[in-house]
Write a protein that binds this ligand. Sequence first.
Ligand code: HEC
Length: 157
Amino acid sequence: MKLHFRSLTTAVLSATFVTGAALAGSHSAEGNKAVQARKALMGMNGYHTGLLGAIAKGEMPYDAAIVNASAANIQALAAMERATLWIEGTEQGAVPDSRAKAEIWINPDDFGAKFADLEKAAAAISGATDAAAVGAAMGPLGGTCKSCHETYRGPEN
Ligand code: HEC
């Protein structure tokens, strides 16, 4: 029981710490973790886009389960809540390794709209019945990645 109570106290204290970090992302360990977490999210976007691209190019055999799972996972990644990942004060230059432009926090609605575009483009890939159909839907998908990167991702560090 005692141990249980102590873990609970620790959990509550950590939650308080995270809330504080959200208010002042820069110079905080939690801000740095947020950068790593959102880069992992983007890495998963890259992984699933890579699978779809390989199928579209015939480098991997067409497999409906892989196509639909990749599309569903990109949709889920695009729909993730942003408050814990895109913490204000974690823009490029403010914390190590970040390439997120400060414009994200100046135009949060537009940034969110670009994720909504990605979600729609990924949904359009579900049910593609052959490699050519996957390829046809890849153009619009890649366009949504590119559009956001051009606007909201800074140069390489
Ligand atoms: C709404 C905006 C947005 C969309 C849509 C988007 N990205 Fe990103 N992406 C970013 C930003 C901003 C960064 C830089 C994040 C950072 O460094 O903190 C990034 C970084 C990346 C990275 C580098 C990750 C790393 O480890 O440094 C990859 C890979 C990536 N994106 C792939 C994709 C792919 C593939 C898609 C489309 C399927 C996509 N992104 C869609 C905004 C977006």
